[in-house]
Design a protein around this ligand. Structure first.
Ligand SMILES: [Zn+2]
Length: 285
């Protein structure tokens, strides 16, 4: 469509958030956060397992070409997906599921031995087209909104910084979101998330796909102690590479290659050293 000289450029155009058509008995609810601008109730939610209170935040990107499609997908009955919040590119925040309900955002996931991530977490979808659609940078207004939203949830729900995670952390074999462009360091500057400055990339020994030895087992054990779901069998297999890749997207985004190099392992050990003792995952072996 030819652009009119009188039209706003796309990024400036005020957009009305569309309310999707859906069949649900869910009534509008009061938002849990005072910075929510709209409530669009989703049809997709349930009860938290045994009423478990959430103590984790999982961040996602929507990974769809447009915001309207993303909102429709997350709210319409039958899609079987939802999130508690959607953060738009202009910083507006939509709430779709009350925090005390179980939203369906994480899918098959695991962290620190816990598999029902939807029951223990609050899911936030950040509008971004994602890796399949050009993966634009996250606008600073949007990041400021994510920070403010997370800070409120952390206070209300007593979520510790190391329990603010990426979808890719809890589902490394399936997911990339919110991805290596997501500015975790900016969040950490505001007390959101666990972060250390990544160790510099240097030449030296590394472990990668195909290696089988005791060093691989210790590398795997270190990722498992941080919370990742990874075997500790000493075989650097595809699953191990996916975990290393997920870690790098979050904590060492300068190079995301699935190789356990010195910088990656040094960053992981510094993170482990700064975790509260009770947060280190105990290995079953
Ligand atoms: Zn996701």
């Amino acid at each position: 469509m030819p652009s009119s000289p009188f039209a706003f450029p796309d990024s400036k155009r005020p957009r009305v958030i569309p309310v999707p058509r859906f069949n649900t008995d869910m009534k509008a609810f009061s938002p849990d956060s005072s910075i929510v601008s709209d409530v669009i109730p989703s049809a997709n939610y349930g009860d938290r397992n045994k009423g478990r209170p959430p103590d984790m935040i999982v961040l996602h990107y929507t990974g769809m070409p447009d915001v309207e499609g993303a909102i429709a997908k997350l709210c319409t009955a039958g899609t079987d997906v939802s999130a508690h919040y959607i953060v738009l590119e202009d910083g507006r925040i939509v709430q779709c599921v009350p925090e005390n309900r179980r939203a369906w955002h994480a899918g098959v996931s695991c962290w620190a031995g816990e598999e029902d991530i939807n029951s223990c977490s609050i899911g936030i979808e950040i509008v971004n087209r994602g890796h399949d659609w050009g993966y634009p940078d996250f606008p600073s207004r949007q990041i400021a909104a994510v920070i403010a939203l997370c800070r409120g949830i952390m206070l209300r729900r007593d979520v510790p910084p190391h329990r603010v995670l990426a979808h890719s952390d809890v589902a490394p074999s399936r997911k990339k979101d919110p991805g290596e462009k997501f500015p975790w360091h900016s969040l950490a500057n505001s007390g959101v998330g666990h972060w250390v400055h990544p160790a510099p990339i240097v030449r030296g020994e590394s472990l990668k796909l195909g290696a089988i030895n005791n060093n691989v087992a210790s590398v795997q054990a270190a990722f498992a102690r941080y919370g990742y779901n990874i075997p500790t069998d000493g075989k650097f297999d595809g699953a191990t590479m996916e975990v290393v890749t997920a870690f790098q997207r979050h904590f060492r985004p300068e190079r995301v290659d699935g190789v356990a190099d010195h910088s990656t392992m040094s960053t992981l050990h510094e993170l482990l050293g700064s975790l509260p003792d009770e947060a280190v995952t105990t290995l079953s072996t």
